[in-house]
Design a protein around this ligand. Structure first.
Ligand SMILES: *Cc1c(COP(=O)(O)O)cnc(C)c1O
Length: 458
C-alpha cells in the first residue's frame, strides 16, 4: 500500500516522469475567464490583434479555453531536463519546530540560476519565438527573477533578449543585472529615454524610480516597433499559467506515489502564475466534482489585489497600451509602497484565477511584511533553504494553517509552493535583521482613488 511507505524528506521523480503535456485548467471551467478586450475597438481581442505583440503559437494558447492538454514540444522537454523535475519536500523539521500534527509539503522551484519557477514559462516562450524565426524578444522585470529566467532561456535557444528593469531594482540589485548580462541580455533601467512612453513618464514624473506597469509599456513599445521582435510576459497571462502547470502535475505525481492527499494547497500570488500552475491538476479535479481541496492565495497587505481589489476590466500596464483584462485589480495607476517582495507588486491578477476566486473555488489572505520575514527566518533555520520574500508569503500562510491544526489536533496535509530562493534579497533580510523593516498598508482612500480611475468598460 502506498500509504504505508515512509515519506522521504525529498521526493524526487525520475527524468521520464517530467510531464510531457501541459494541462489547461480553462477547459474544465464552467465559467470561462473573461476575454481580453482591445481598447481600440472595445471588442474581445482576436488572434490578428495579438500576433504583432506575441508569438503566433502563444497567441493560440492564450485564446484556447477548451483544449485540456497541450503537448510539450520535444525541445522544451529536453531543456526542462536540465533543471527539472523539482523536489517535493516534506518539511519535517518545520513541523517539529511548530509542534504541529499537520504534515507540511512544499514544491521547491528554486533549484536553477534564475532562482524561481519562472524558467518553466521563459523556456517555452523563447522556444516558440525561435521556432517562428524571430530575432529577439523584449520584456520587463521587477525584482529580476523573470528577466534572469528569460535571459537563460534566450541564451539556450539562441535569441536576443532586451529587458526593461524597473529603475529602483536596477540600482538596488546590480548583481541581478550582471547575471542577465552574463547570459547575453541587454538590460535598460525603466523608465528610459529610449521609448515614447518612457520619455513621457520621465517628463511627467521627474526622478521616478519606475514600476512594473511602466516597464511593460516600454517593452511592448519596443517589441511592436522592432523588426523580428515580440514581447513576452512572465505572469498573469493564460499561456503562462498553462506552462506553469508542470509544477502541479509533478507535485500530483509525487503525492500519488506516496498516497499523499493534500487538504490545503497554498501559494503566493503576484500575477498568479505559480499558484495557477501548482493548483492546476488539483483544481481540475475540483472543477469536475471529483475531489475537494481548500486552496489559498497569499498576497502582500501592501498590494492586496484579491482581498481589497475589485473584479473589473483594467489595463495591465501604466501606459494603458496593453489590452484590458477582467481581473481583480487595484487599478493600473496604483503604485504599491516599496515592498521587498518585488514579484508580488502587480496591481492586477490572472484572469483565470480571478474567475475561480469570484466563483468561490479558492480563498485569499493578505499578510504583512514583517510577519512574512518571521516565517522566512523560521523556515531558513529549520529547513535550511533561504526562501525568496515572495515564497515566504506562502510559508507564512502554511505555518498559520499548521498552527491551527495544533489547536484542533487535526493531521492535515498542507502543500505549498516554495517558488524560489532569496539570495538577491539580502537588503530585505538586512532590514529584517536590523529591526528596521516596516509594514505599509494602503488606506481605503488611496485604493478608492486608483480604483475610481479604472477604465469605464463593463
Ligand atoms: C515572480 C515570482 C513570484 C510571483 O509571481 P506569480 O506569477 O504570482 O507566480 C513568486 N515567487 C517568486 C520567487 C517569483 O520570482
Amino acid at each position: 500500500m502506498a500509504e504505508n511507505k515512509k515519506i522521504p524528506y525529498k521526493i524526487y521523480l525520475d527524468e521520464n516522469e517530467i510531464p510531457t503535456r501541459w494541462y489547461n485548467m480553462r477547459a474544465d471551467m464552467k465559467n470561462k475567464p473573461f476575454p481580453l478586450i482591445n481598447p481600440g475597438t472595445g471588442k474581445p481581442v482576436t488572434a490578428e490583434d495579438l500576433t504583432p505583440v506575441f508569438c503566433a503559437e502563444l497567441v493560440e494558447q492564450e485564446l484556447d479555453n477548451d483544449t485540456p492538454y497541450f503537448d510539450i514540444p520535444q525541445e522544451i522537454q529536453e531543456y526542462y531536463k536540465t533543471f527539472r523535475p523539482s523536489p517535493l519536500i516534506r518539511a519535517y523539521n518545520l513541523e517539529k519546530a511548530l509542534g504541529t500534527p499537520a504534515h507540511i509539503y512544499c514544491k521547491f522551484e528554486g533549484n536553477n540560476t534564475s532562482g524561481s519557477h519562472k524558467l518553466n514559462s521563459a523556456s517555452a516562450q523563447a522556444y516558440y519565438a525561435k521556432k517562428q524565426g524571430l530575432k529577439g524578444v523584449t520584456t520587463e522585470t521587477g525584482a529580476g527573477q523573470w528577466g534572469t529566467a528569460l535571459s537563460m532561456a534566450c541564451a539556450y535557444f539562441g535569441l536576443e533578449c532586451k529587458v526593461f528593469m524597473v529603475k529602483v531594482s536596477y540600482e538596488q540589485k546590480p548583481f541581478r543585472r550582471e547575471v542577465m548580462r552574463t547570459y547575453g541580455a541587454s538590460v535598460t533601467p525603466s523608465p528610459s529615454m529610449e521609448t515614447n512612453v518612457g520619455r513621457k513618464i520621465n517628463a511627467e514624473f521627474p526622478g521616478t524610480t519606475g514600476s512594473l506597469g511602466c516597464a511593460i509599456s516600454e517593452a511592448v513599445e519596443v517589441a511592436v516597433s522592432t523588426e523580428g521582435y515580440r514581447y513576452v510576459l512572465g505572469s498573469v497571462l493564460n499561456q503562462v499559467l498553462l506552462h506553469q502547470s508542470v509544477i502541479g502535475l509533478e507535485a500530483k505525481t509525487a503525492c500519488e506515489k506516496y498516497g499523499i492527499e493534500p487538504d490545503i494547497i497554498i501559494g503566493c500570488a503576484g500575477g498568479g502564475s505559480n499558484l495557477g500552475g501548482l493548483i492546476s491538476p488539483f483544481m481540475g479535479e475540483k472543477l469536475r466534482g471529483e475531489k475537494d481541496y481548500r486552496i489559498i492565495a497569499v498576497e502582500p497587505a501592501s498590494c492586496p489585489s484579491f482581498t481589497r481589489g475589485v473584479y473589473a476590466y483594467d489595463f495591465c500596464d501604466t501606459g494603458m497600451i496593453t489590452p484590458m483584462a477582467k481581473m481583480y485589480t487595484l487599478g493600473s495607476g496604483f503604485i504599491p509602497s516599496a515592498n521587498h517582495a518585488g514579484g508580488l507588486r502587480f496591481h492586477g491578477m490572472s484572469p483565470v484565477l480571478s474567475q475561480l476566486y469570484h466563483d468561490g473555488y479558492m480563498e485569499a489572505v493578505a499578510v504583512e511584511q514583517t510577519a512574512v520575514f518571521e516565517a522566512a527566518e523560521m523556515f531558513a533555520r529549520t529547513e535550511g533553504i533561504l526562501p525568496a520574500p515572495e515564497s515566504s508569503h506562502a510559508i507564512r500562510a502554511a505555518i498559520d494553517e499548521a498552527l491551527k491544526c495544533k489547536e484542533t489536533g487535526e493531521e492535515k496535509n498542507i502543500l505549498f509552493g516554495l517558488t524560489g530562493t532569496g539570495y538577491f534579497d539580502l537588503v530585505a533580510y538586512q532590514q529584517y535583521n536590523d529591526g528596521t523593516m516596516t509594514d505599509t498598508i494602503p488606506t481605503d482612500e488611496e485604493l478608492q482613488k486608483s480604483i475610481a480611475a479604472l477604465p469605464k468598460f463593463e
